[in-house]
Design a protein around this ligand. Structure first.
Ligand code: FMN
Length: 210
């Protein structure tokens, strides 16, 4: 086995290594609004949910040599953001929205993406995204090079036909994931398993694992 000590890695090398190790990563496509009203849209794959009651999402944002990324600065200033889940049809604009644009540029306008008003927060949402979650900032925590933004979901927007009884049909969602390098993945085979509760129940011990 190759042994690598973090102390021997530059920041860039550690970033590269982690991006290849933690895969596949879901992508938060985050819309924010600056204090002066400019819309901003950027993808972040250091992303997960951090609580289900109340529902909270977390995104880890790195710094630029000259200061904060627009998304981080906007969240600090306005406390609000919208997290979208992109599908395969949105891969190209999602990827391109990750380029470094000046703060006065709206990535969505530049990429020809329609934005529509959110209900409970000021940042607009991407009309074509199958899922959008309106969030209010809960807490920001510093972790080394990054700042972790946890937001509480105020409202879920789920495209008609995607959810039955609060269960998302992943096959229909067709989400995209981030891998190391500028690489992405689509959904592979979905493997259904027996719920653990049924495996451990004595009445249902005769589970076939085929
Ligand atoms: C798919 C994808 C995932 C990304 N994930 C992150 C991330 O988790 N954290 C981060 O700081 N930057 C991430 N980036 C880079 C940011 O999107 C990039 O720095 C962007 O310019 C930030 O935009 P902003 O200044 O408008 O906020 C990612 C880029 C792409 C394309």
């Amino acid at each position: 086995m190759l042994e690598i000590r973090p102390a021997d890695l530059s920041g860039d090398a550690a970033y590269k290594l982690l991006c290849g190790v933690v895969v596949p990563r879901p992508i938060a496509w985050v819309s924010t609004r600056s204090a002066s009203g400019v819309s901003n849209l950027a993808p972040f794959s250091c992303f997960t949910f951090v609580s289900h009651r109340p529902p909270m999402l977390g995104v880890s944002i790195g710094r630029r040599p000259n200061g904060l990324k627009d998304t981080a600065r906007n969240i600090h200033e306005t406390q609000e953001f919208v997290v979208h889940i992109g599908d395969e049809t949105l891969l190209d604009p999602l990827h391109r929205s990750g380029a470094e644009f000046p703060p006065e540029i709206s990535e969505a306008d530049l990429l020809g993406l329609e934005l529509v008003p959110s209900k409970l927060v000021a940042p607009l949402r991407v009309a074509k995204a199958p899922i959008a979650m309106e969030c209010r900032l809960h807490k920001v925590v510093d972790f080394g090079s990054n700042q972790f933004f946890a937001g509480e979901i105020q409202l879920f927007h789920i495209r008609e036909g995607l959810a039955v009884d609060n269960k998302i049909d992943t096959g229909r969602l067709r989400p995209i994931a981030r891998l190391g390098g500028p690489n992405y993945a689509t959904l592979g085979e979905i493997i259904g398993m027996t719920p653990q509760a049924e495996q451990s129940s004595p009445q249902k011990s005769a589970v076939s694992w085929g």
